[in-house]
Design a protein around this ligand. Structure first.
Ligand SMILES: [Zn+2]
Ligand SMILES: [Zn+2]
Length: 339
């Protein structure tokens, strides 16, 4: 006979009462959930803590709500201008950082890491990745892997940010919040994966932006102490949040609008377009139909009248000896297949 069977009803009742109260069970479950949530949140700092199953990344529209919180919060922080106000110095710093971010994305993340349209030293390569990381568009490895995928599948069903397949919102910003968007194929970037310093920046992709934000806060405090009409919080809001959000959305127009608006010079298998307005906004990336037609060229404005600020900046870096072997657009290629 078991102990349970020999127990009198009264003894069984007493034993039941001795069990932990339901509230205690609830507390235990709740604290488990909080610690699980905190564990999951480590992916904000270390991207290797999270990986997705094939089923999760196959569903293009599956959003990683937890992981997108910092980026969503950055948008909300822009409303901080209501409380911190503005000053000429804060707006000038924000504009200067917009220019630095835009140049870093187009020159380094796009034309160097994604397409290898010029060569440089390993030290300069690291600095390029470091400046690129400050743009809050994740690491150079992730960026290049996703972008190479875009060129392989542009405007096909597999292209995660095609406005023709998934609509404007998804092509512009939605895909970045998805599990498929956070994921990337390391096999697409073996030339970058072999550098441990690039893997480090890719793994801790919020580290550089965090340092940048702290530095801007102290820079604002420093200026205020020396009599400038600004403050730490004002410099943080304008220099970091406003500047970063505007430059990132300007970059995103290349995924969304340049596959919708503008003119098409070349027969390409996709819906890419050329747009002067977007080229001015993004320092040359608006010549997107040119770029899809011949992605290996360092310049995207193929003619002298197609303004390409990034190309001019890269020519300067070449003059200074920091980069070399810039790949030109061959004249016969440029003149062929025009519509
Ligand atoms: Zn494209
Ligand atoms: Zn490209």
């Amino acid at each position: 006979m078991t102990e349970q069977q020999t127990m009198t009803p009264l003894a069984a009742q007493l034993q039941k009462l001795a069990q932990p109260a339901p509230q205690a069970t609830y507390k235990k479950k709740s604290s488990w959930r909080i610690s699980s949530l905190l564990r999951s949140a480590t992916c904000w700092f270390d991207t290797t803590t999270k990986s997705y199953s094939e089923a999760e990344t196959d569903d293009k529209y599956s959003i990683d709500w937890l992981r997108m919180i910092p980026y969503a919060a950055m948008h909300l922080m822009c409303f901080g201008v209501i409380w911190v106000g503005w000053s000429p110095v804060a707006v000038i710093v924000a504009a200067a950082l917009y220019a630095i971010h835009m140049f870093a994305i187009t020159a380094f993340y796009h034309r160097y890491f994604s397409h290898r349209t010029f060569k440089t030293s390993r030290v300069a390569q690291f600095i390029f990745a470091l400046v690129g990381a400050s743009c809050v568009q994740r690491g150079a490895i992730w960026w290049a892997a996703r972008h190479r995928h875009h060129h392989r599948h542009s405007d096909e069903e597999d292209d995660i940010h095609s406005p023709h397949r998934h609509g404007f919102y998804w092509s512009h910003v939605g895909w970045i919040t998805s599990k498929a968007g956070f994921d990337y194929d390391a096999k697409a970037v073996p030339d970058l994966m072999k550098f441990p310093e690039l893997r480090f920046l890719n793994r801790f992709d919020n580290l550089v932006p965090l340092i940048e934000a702290v530095m801007l806060f102290f820079f604002g405090m420093f200026l205020e102490a020396y009599g400038w009409n600004t403050s730490g919080f004002q410099m943080l809001i304008w220099g970091f949040f406003v500047s970063t959000i505007i430059s990132s959305h300007a970059t995103f127009t290349i995924n969304s609008l340049t596959h919708m608006w503008g003119t098409k010079r070349y027969k390409s298998k996709d819906e890419s377009r050329n747009s002067l307005l977007l080229a001015l906004l993004t320092f040359g990336e608006g010549w997107h139909n040119n770029h899809h037609y011949y992605p290996g060229a360092v310049r995207q404005g193929f003619y002298w009248w197609e303004i390409d600020l990034t190309y001019y900046g890269l020519c300067l870096l070449a003059r200074l000896g920091i980069i070399w072997d810039l790949t030109p657009i061959p004249r016969n290629v440029r003149e062929s297949h025009q519509l």
